[in-house]
Design a protein around this ligand. Sequence first.
Ligand code: NAD
Length: 253
Amino acid sequence: MKALEGKAALVTGAGRGIGRVSALAFAAAGASVVAVDIDEGSAKETAALVHGAGGDATYFRADLTRATDVAGMVAYAVSAYGRLDCAHNNAGILGASAVFHEYDDDEWAKVVAVNQTGVYLAMKHEIAAFLANRTAGAIVNTASYSALVAVPFACAYVASKHAVVGMTKAAAIEYGRKGIRVNAVCPGTVRTEMTVQRIDGNPKMEEAILGVTPMRRLAEPEEVAAAAVWLCSDAASFVNGHALSVDGGAVAQ
Ligand code: NAD
């Protein structure tokens, strides 16, 4: 029996990077998956990749910053598979790089809208669906290494990712008695488009990242996806309100 056999899952930011690999991993673990992204074409492509790998998936376009889109996303997931058991709220953006006192206000609002409000809205509607269907659901939010310690020149990202861990804990203590578990993964630097854009042609940046990573390498998206699958599975049945570092030991030093 696979870890998520018979479960229905949704994964946000599933059009590429960690989210795409997570959608594949949830499906490989036996779940039927709704791949959600603001970029419909890439979400569709992810669903096709899942099918190609012998899994079950569909896709949905949603801008996680819009409450109506998020409500539609959860309603779609429930109608597609008759239930919702797991959600990996993973969509996020890095935002511009600038010192705190020069950070652009519009950029701040954009980053907070996706990383914080987007996760808040998704959790709200997912939990409502769990309660309506009496499902002992599991949520895993993608936070970051930057949710536990600060990194420079990214105040909006750091603040919004700290908020993700805060919201994870807030929901975990409110719904634990209903059997609903809410956890977060805190990846170090992962080899995805988001990172490659920063590192490419900037060897100093890569050196700096490796310098704070005891395992002296980037994470692969598969390593983050595996943690998300585990947190949603019954193997983690008493893990609730936890922020799990997947960072090669970075936050330990
Ligand atoms: P990515 O940029 O490769 O992919 C993010 C996906 O989210 C894209 O497909 C994008 O279209 C989608 N998205 C962005 N805004 C959206 C919105 N408003 N509504 C719906 N979808 C939206 O990023 P990634 O590297 O795969 O990162 C995924 C998550 O992991 C993010 O939350 C990121 O902050 C977090 N994270 C990444 C790293 C890293 O090093 N890559 C490290 C720690 C945490």
